[in-house]
Design a protein around this ligand. Structure first.
Ligand code: SF4
Length: 299
């Protein structure tokens, strides 16, 4: 995820042993109220079973989920925040999603049942399911199997990602993605590394793979004064977006804010942007105009 948000079928897929998975019937009657209510954790699984189930996607480690409107894609959406992220963005709002083991293991069948339950609402509002994080591409088997089931139900799918784990996704997995919210955290590789601790190229590669398949992309760019706001850096982001061609529907410029600071304090992690200010109106306007000069629609 960008770091500027604050989060709150088919059994034919099954490949793990029967004792691991409960009947889907149990989940159908459970209520959905956000957080992790309504999901029963596969307690009882030993470590080896969990690792195997994680690999096959029979379970996924989930931080939380919510139902929202027009935040993480079009229409009314169920956004699922997956646990685990390989990046360490200086402005991360959700450092509590960094470690996969801090999430709760959820059965694939349970997640698919949730989508099924809301399918009519999603269709009526042109909404759907969004996987966010953490990093949604860290658990590709689980996410792509839920997406595949969602597509079979006619439900819109959206992947919110940094693209850093580009190689985790096969071309076949890309087929079930309708929209990608792609964080281009910097256009300059050195700034990207400084901001995230990772490398930029996989994000570019992922965007270009999506574009080659004609997928829609909403680019997200977090504007941090003194860090990502340089004119040259913004130009480089714009040129990366150009390389995604017509796939880019718009660019969201997300102004840095300090809503995530308490989480860093609670977790006792040194927070690198302790005294960082958000961008001025003039800075936001300049960056917006810069992207617009490349022909992009900017929000
Ligand atoms: S560290 Fe991970 S979860 Fe946090 S903003 Fe960066 S990509 Fe998103």
């Amino acid at each position: 995820m960008t770091g500027m948000e604050n989060n709150a079928q088919s059994t034919g897929f099954r490949t793990t042993t029967q004792h691991m998975l409960k009947t889907s019937k149990e989940y159908a009657s459970q209520t959905l109220m956000g957080g992790l209510s309504g999901f029963e954790s596969p307690v009882g699984l030993d470590r080896r079973d969990r690792i195997r189930a994680l690999k096959t996607g029979d379970i996924g480690f989930v931080h939380s989920w919510d139902i929202n409107t027009s935040v993480d894609g079009p229409g009314t959406r169920m956004t699922v925040f997956m646990s685990g992220c390989p990046l360490r963005c200086q402005y991360c709002q959700n450092p509590d999603t960094w470690k996969m083991r801090d999430g709760k293991p959820v059965f694939l069948d349970a997640m698919i049942k949730k989508v099924e339950r809301y399918a009519d609402l999603f269709k009526a509002t042109h909404g759907g399911i969004t996987f966010s994080g953490g990093e949604s591409m860290m658990q590709p088997a689980f996410v792509s199997r839920v997406f595949h089931a969602a597509k079979q139900m006619g439900v819109h799918t959206c992947l919110d990602t940094s693209g850093f784990l580009n190689r985790n996704y096969t071309d076949e997995m890309l087929d079930d993605i309708d929209l990608c919210l792609l964080d281009v955290k910097s256009g300059d590789p050195d700034i990207y590394e400084k901001v995230t601790g990772g490398v930029l190229q996989p994000t570019i590669d992922f965007g270009q793979r999506l574009a080659a398949k004609g997928k829609k992309i909403w680019v997200r760019f977090v504007l941090v004064p003194g860090l990502t706001d340089g004119e040259e850096n913004v130009d480089k982001v714009a040129r990366i977006c150009q390389s995604f061609g017509d796939s880019v529907e718009h660019i969201d410029v997300l102004p840095f804010h300090q809503l995530g600071r308490p989480k860093w304090h609670e977790m006792r992690i040194p927070y690198p942007l302790e005294d960082q200010k958000g961008p001025s109106r003039a800075c936001k306007e300049r960056v917006k105009e810069q992207f617009e000069s490349y022909g992009f629609t900017v929000y």
